[in-house]
Design a protein around this ligand. Structure first.
Ligand code: SF4
Length: 142
């Protein structure tokens, strides 16, 4: 069983409310081989919402803030935890997640400066899934 970022298969959960559909991934969901999940919706965030990026505080601890500098770290942690719980319940060992997202990104995320700059890093959900033995790929790698 796969976990797939819900925004890749037609669910209107992206921060800007835009719907995107990756046909290959949608077929996995329709075949019952994948479950579509949005960590940020699971955490109670609304759509649309302000864009969020990961920043490091003075102690090197990762936080998530939106473009108004409001701290949403707890929500992102909650979304990651709920996603992990669901992945474990359904026995998923692989996740295909949206590239560059502060929740779902893998290998590369936005820098926290809200200027489009990219840096090395992983989203909160990706980090937690990987820590718990779930392989993560972006939709671009899959
Ligand atoms: Fe939800 Fe992840 Fe898609 Fe963001 S990238 S909208 S958290 S599924």
């Amino acid at each position: 069983m796969y976990i797939i970022s819900a925004c890749l298969v037609g669910v209107r959960c992206r921060y800007n409310g835009v719907i995107t559909i990756n046909e290959k991934l949608l077929k996995l969901v329709q075949a019952g081989k994948a479950l579509a999940i949005c960590p940020e919706q699971l955490a109670g965030l609304s759509t649309p919402r302000l864009p969020c990026e990961i920043i490091k505080n003075k102690n090197g601890i990762l936080r998530v803030v939106n473009s108004q500098k409001e701290d949403l770290t707890k929500e992102f942690q909650l979304g990651a935890q709920k996603t992990l719980q669901i992945a474990q319940i359904v026995g998923a060992n692989t996740a295909i997640l949206k590239a560059r997202s502060p929740s779902c990104g893998k290998g590369q995320i936005y820098s926290g400066n809200f200027n489009g700059e990219l840096i090395a890093g992983d989203g909160f959900t990706t980090l937690l899934l990987q820590k718990n033995g779930i392989k993560v790929y972006t939709e671009e790698e899959f």
